[in-house]
Design a protein around this ligand. Structure first.
Ligand code: NAD
Length: 489
């Protein structure tokens, strides 16, 4: 195993099915790699269709058996609260698993991601005994009095496919509300970062989640992932990842009339108005581009700036980009870790070339750093909204600053994208803020800041950014079926 500044305590790298760790039926494994050193981290069981079949069958049996779906909500909540405690207790070791596999700064993972995953479990633990429907008296029909009510029942067996960039957080966004609602789950984590989800399975078992309720089938996207997406035994599939795979998952769900939630990519605008407090805004705008090396669906990579302040914004971003300390993500002094893998690094560098080729001005960055590990400089372009770098989700630390003249033009540019996940507004003028918010075709707006979604509020996008909402009450209800009852008496 690769050497790191923080000890990495590997979980069992086999599948978790029915409360047991089992080998893949094919006996196959794949090797996950530390992107900072390019050395192997672990051999992880590579599940395939037969394993997915077994996991879905066990999840179905657990659901129908009622060991979870029919226990009191308060008891499910108690167990999910305990899971939140365990995630907090083990934050350091889980964070190490994520950093060693995908290169996010260890200190951000310890202080940000794992507590955020725990917060999801804590939030939905509180909902488990408060899932209710509506009740209302209806008009009489002849001599018969009528009363109506709705039940919210757990949907059943849920398939969840997660990405590598925030594996524990995104798993928690799906698993915590699904379990709170009484569903059972099979997760296929991303091949680049599966270890924290395997550890999550062990912690959920320790918290008291019954066998078979939470199952994990690690493996490659086009085998384990494709098998889960196509499995006829699921009541719902929830996916976070690229629009390319999301489209396939939605088509399969459509064929089977299956419920589906898609959280896909983004190309978010950051609208910077002339009255913005730039000293306060610049660190946010930079963070929206460079945090986690830009490998964030909510990254604000189109920086739309009023023409009167473009130079100040570019200079500010360049200062922040050039002061980055790029290196070992376990080192406290580092401010920029690695790109997840070599393929993704090449893709980012390809976009930098494309930006220059199409005439954008490369103001800073754009180069790989070192020859070992997948490091890249934070990069700032000046350009326009029609460039490929302003249209495609790059998933790297590449900002494009785009000038606008009027608020109408800013809104038009913000909406000129196939994505619609989120947008940021920087302004001290309430009238500007309030008039722009409803015009933005996105699921979330941050005003004077940027950050992590809160489990209490819905998160999701439109168009190529996805379908449906996770988190909040909407995210909980997405794991229930609403049944209407008409009572005559
Ligand atoms: P990806 O689509 O390549 O992979 C996501 C998951 O899908 C992985 O587990 C992968 O193994 C699996 N997969 C791949 N091919 C599959 C197939 N044919 N059938 C079923 N599953 C398959 O995406 P990624 O590179 O892991 O993640 C990056 C993408 O995720 C970006 O577009 C990013 O914006 C998006 N993302 C969105 C959110 C959000 O909340 N909206 C959060 C994080 C990441």
């Amino acid at each position: 195993m690769t050497d790191t500044l923080v000890p990495v305590d590997l979980p069992d790298t086999r599948l978790r099915i029915g409360g047991r760790s089992v080998d893949a039926r094919s006996g196959e494994a794949y090797t996950s790699v530390n992107p900072a050193t390019e050395e192997p981290v672990a051999d992880i069981a590579a599940g395939s269709a037969a394993d997915v079949d077994a996991a879905v069958a066990v999840a179905r049996e657990a659901f129908e058996g009622g060991s979870w779906s029919r226990v009191a909500g308060a008891e499910r909540g108690r167990i999910l609260s305990r899971a939140a405690d365990l995630l907090e207790e083990h934050a350091a070791s889980i964070a190490a698993l994520e950093t060693v596999e995908m290169g996010k700064l260890y200190r951000d993972t310890v202080a940000g991601d794992i507590p955020a995953a725990a917060a999801s479990f804590r939030h939905f633990a509180g909902w488990a005994d408060k899932i209710s429907g509506q009740a209302m008296a209806l008009g009489d029909v002849g001599d018969q009095h009528r009363f109506g009510f709705t039940l919210r029942q757990p949907l059943g067996v849920v398939g969840a496919i997660t990405p590598w960039n925030n594996p524990a957080v995104v798993a928690a966004w799906k698993v915590a509300p699904a379990l709170a609602a009484g569903c059972t789950v099979v997760v296929k984590p991303a091949e680049d970062a599966a270890l924290s989800t395997l550890r999550l399975a062990d912690l959920l078992a320790e918290a008291g989640v019954p066998d078979g309720v939470f199952n994990v089938v690690p493996g490659l996207g086009d085998s384990a992932g494709a098998a889960l997406a196509a499995h006829p035994g699921l009541d719902k599939i929830t996916f976070t990842g690229s629009p390319r795979v999301g489209r396939t998952i939605a088509s399969l769900a459509g064929e089977k009339f299956r419920k589906v939630t898609l959280e896909l990519g983004g190309k978010a605008p950051q609208l910077v108005f002339p009255d913005a407090d730039l000293d306060a805004a610049l660190p946010w705008i930079a963070m929206g581009n460079f945090y986690h090396q830009g490998q964030v669906c909510a990254a604000g990579t189109r920086v739309l700036v009023h023409e009167s302040i473009v130079d100040r914004v570019v200079d500010g971003l360049v200062d922040i980009a050039q002061s980055a300390v790029i290196g070992d993500p376990f080192d406290d002094a580092t401010t920029q870790g690695t790109i997840v893998n070599g393929r993704q690094l090449d893709r980012i560098l390809g976009y930098v070339d494309k930006g220059r080729g199409e005439g954008a001005e490369l103001v800073t960055g754009g180069q790989r750093v070192g020859e070992r590990g997948y490091f890249v400089q934070p990069t700032v372009f000046r350009g326009n909204n029609d460039l490929t770098i302003a249209r495609d989700e790059i998933f790297g630390p590449v900002a494009t600053v785009i000038p606008f003249r009027t608020t109408e033009e800013a809104v038009r540019l913000a909406n000129a994208t196939r994505y619609g996940l989120n947008a940021m507004i920087y302004s001290r003028d309430l009238a500007t803020v309030h008039s722009v918010i409803p015009q933005l075709r996105v699921g979330t707006v941050w005003v004077n800041g940027w950050g992590v979604p809160d489990p209490a509020l819905p998160w999701g996008g439109r168009e190529a950014s996805g379908i449906g909402r996770e988190l909040g009450v909407s995210g909980l209800e997405a794991f229930t079926e609403e049944k209407t009852v008409h009572l005559g008496y």
